[in-house]
Design a protein. Sequence first.
Length: 299
Amino acid sequence: MAPISTPQTPFGRVLTAMVTPFTADGALDLDGAQRLAVHLVDAGNDGLVVNGTTGESPTTSDAEKDQLVRAVLEAVGDRAHVVAGIGTNDTRHSVELARTAERSGAHGLLAVTPYYNKPPQEGLFRHFTAIADATGLPVMLYDIPGRSGVPIDTETLVRLAEHPRIVANKDAKGDLGRAGWAIARSGLAWYSGDDMLNLPLLSVGAVGFVSVVGHVVTPDLRALIEAYTGGDVQKATEIHQKLLPVFTGMFRTQGVITTKAALALQGLPAGPLRLPLVELTAQETAQLKIDLAAGGVEL
């Protein structure tokens, strides 16, 4: 049974886009995934996104994706929203993944903009509609043109919001003006997908975060959003400013790389990366330690 949600916060407020732990030989580490999921929920996450980009979804098989969803649901599914990333640049494949995630018990779907093939807006509309039509699960769109090459235009978001199962958007567009208009016109529940903009996006109507830095600072993210929604903007700003070194450090290079390094420094399950991602150098690891310490992260 899925945790309690509201139309305003269909997936909760603080979610972490979880890495996929691997064993030393590169195999899926389901025990590690469960231990990490429990740690993240205990830290204050309302939900976890699995099989997203931070979960190295481009290099995990469909079978591994299904195993991971099931394992995380078993570990925390009664306490947190488990949202399955099902986005690909092949609509039929995304529909298959969505149906598999529903059969496995996922509470929702994250559907990223199709990447590389650069479809027009009508193609995006039909792609996301096909996914939403395929299951009974609520869908969070994921707008990240820096990776996909194509933004979801505001008019397209407004059209998509008419679908009863398209309920939210993860915004990594980096455009506060467009976000404000899209939130006002679409009515979608808006989640920040760019940690540096968590607080600014709240100010234009976002309801929560789908975070990478949540792996290491979930209590701070929880305190930030509770301060803001409670009317203490000064406290929220102070927390945001405290976290600036963490935001910077975790994205000096690709976020999965730094996240797995940070988890390893804390003795938490992570394991190696799958190519084409590679480990931090010793110098990069030393800088990450400095950045995390400057933001109050204990290692």
